[in-house]
Design a protein around this ligand. Structure first.
Ligand SMILES: *[C@@H]1O[C@H](CO)[C@@H](O)[C@H](O)[C@H]1NC(C)=O
Ligand SMILES: *[C@@H]1O[C@H](CO)[C@@H](O)[C@H](O)[C@H]1NC(C)=O
Ligand SMILES: *[C@@H]1O[C@H](CO)[C@@H](O)[C@H](O)[C@H]1NC(C)=O
Ligand SMILES: *[C@@H]1O[C@H](CO)[C@@H](O)[C@H](O)[C@H]1NC(C)=O
Length: 397
């Protein structure tokens, strides 16, 4: 009797304690959670019900009187500051001196930083290998890296010497004279669109990518060729991992903090994750025009890209095999379809090896292979056990 009573008592105690603990946790986390949920709800309502897309207004347009050229001259309509090129390759895509433009399917613009030479080398040796794409896939791509100058003034000249040496060997660095920092990423975005409009305007597609992503080049090329041969051609394309109705982060301690003065609306326009996206040539030209008209103080480059696109009436389209922030699961049934995967600073080479080896794909051939791979993808993408990049929908494509 007595023992029994004590047991019940103990059980209740544990229950009470657990409840108390859970309540405490909730109180602690609530503010954070609440803020997050509420801002997302506000963003969505604003975005899709109340304001139905007409938010960004003319307050973002810079008027000619606002133009400040670095050299103090009074050229009108120069758009944002154009930093001078320190390293450039005007002939990368042909053109110039009366030469004809090369037929470039895809211009690969990788956002890199001065000190990331190892990542650049890994890309050159794998998915960015122009000769491989030409030899194996029969199309022409161009690879260039967008960089600024090293932020550390003391170490700068040493890093710069190494960069010049690297560029002597590979001839693929594009550097402008701005400090390469997180808050200058929009400047880097403008560099990319300015350069491609000036030196590679004929490229059918432009891809902007981080230097720690993996791109399954054969799959990407197949996809782009398919688009080119389709009825509508490849116009108005902006494809990637789309963020819809994202709210600005107003918490001051966040890396992505955006004050109201910089962006007053509760919702960003739709944009693709900056890790890797592709635009068609006509879209690249329009985005370039927009960068010259809009105030570029929005330092989050993918959001700024969304603002430019919005201003030009372009909307992004999602593709289930472009990843956002996450890493794809390692499996041949995923390699079969993947286009981009994020967070591969160190394993790009082994992944490339696996993804381009024909032996990798022998289990996914034929009807049974298809069934097998669908089952594997459901396991990898649709179960909460794995943290993944691609949505469950991707398992069934
Ligand atoms: C633009 O929108 C902001 C915030 O909603 C508003 O304060 C401002 O008056 C608007 N400007 C114009 C020119 O419509
Ligand atoms: C690039 O591809 C070509 C053709 O497939 C190959 O011969 C070459 O070794 C590759 N380069 C590197 C650095 O892997
Ligand atoms: C961006 O680069 C410019 C030119 O070097 C520099 O003046 C500015 O401080 C940089 N901005 C940030 C936020 O680092
Ligand atoms: C761009 O917007 C910022 C604030 O968001 C403002 O301080 C700056 O003056 C604007 N620049 C131009 C050129 O209009």
């Amino acid at each position: 009797m007595f023992m029994n009573f004590r047991r019940i008592h103990k059980c209740q105690c544990v229950q009470l304690l657990t409840t108390g603990l859970a309540l405490c946790m909730m109180v602690v986390c609530w503010e954070e959670l609440d803020h997050h949920v509420v801002s997302h709800m506000r963003s969505y309502t604003y975005r899709y019900l109340i304001n139905s897309y007409d938010f960004l207004n003319s307050s973002l347009i810079i008027t000619p009187s606002h133009h400040h050229n670095k050299d103090g001259s009074n050229r009108v309509a120069s758009g944002p500051v154009n930093y001078p090129y320190l390293i450039n390759h005007p002939g990368k895509c042909g053109g110039g001196d009366g030469r004809t433009w090369d037929d470039v399917l895809l211009l690969l613009f990788v956002k890199s930083s001065p000190e990331n030479s190892e990542r650049r080398q890994a890309i050159r040796d794998t998915w960015g290998n122009e000769s491989f794409v030409w030899a194996e896939l029969g199309v022409s791509v161009r690879l260039v890296f967008a960089i600024g100058v090293h932020p550390d003034v003391e170490g700068r000249s040493k890093v710069q010497r190494a960069l010049l040496q690297e560029d002597q060997t590979y001839g693929d660095l594009i550097q402008q004279n701005f400090v390469d920092t997180f808050h200058n990423l929009t400047t880097k975005l403008i560099l990319q669109f300015h350069w491609s409009q000036t030196y590679c305007p004929q490229a059918h597609f432009l891809m902007s990518a981080d230097d720690d992503i993996f791109v399954h080049m054969p799959n990407l090329v197949k996809y782009l060729q398919h688009l080119l041969s389709s009825q509508s051609g490849a116009k108005g394309l902006w494809v990637g991992h789309v963020h819809r109705g994202a709210p600005p982060v107003r918490r001051k301690d966040s890396k992505y903090h955006v004050p109201y003065a910089l962006y007053p609306w509760p919702s960003y326009p739709d944009y693709t994750a900056g890790a890797g996206y592709v635009v068609s040539g006509d879209v690249a030209a329009k985005i370039y025009q927009a960068t010259r008209l809009l105030n570029s103080s929005m330092y989050i480059d993918d959001v700024f890209m969304g603002m430019c696109a919005k201003a030009m009436g372009i909307s992004p389209q999602g593709h289930v095999y472009f990843s956002g922030e996450g890493k794809a699961p390692y499996h041949p049934c995923i390699y079969d379809h993947m286009i981009t995967s994020h967070g591969h600073a160190t394993d790009v080479r082994s992944l490339w090896q696996a993804a381009t080896d024909p032996k990798t794909y022998r289990h996914s051939q034929g009807f049974m292979g298809n069934v097998y791979c669908t089952a594997v993808r459901v396991m990898l993408l649709c179960t909460p056990y794995y943290q993944n990049t691609y949505s469950c929908v991707a398992a069934f494509t």
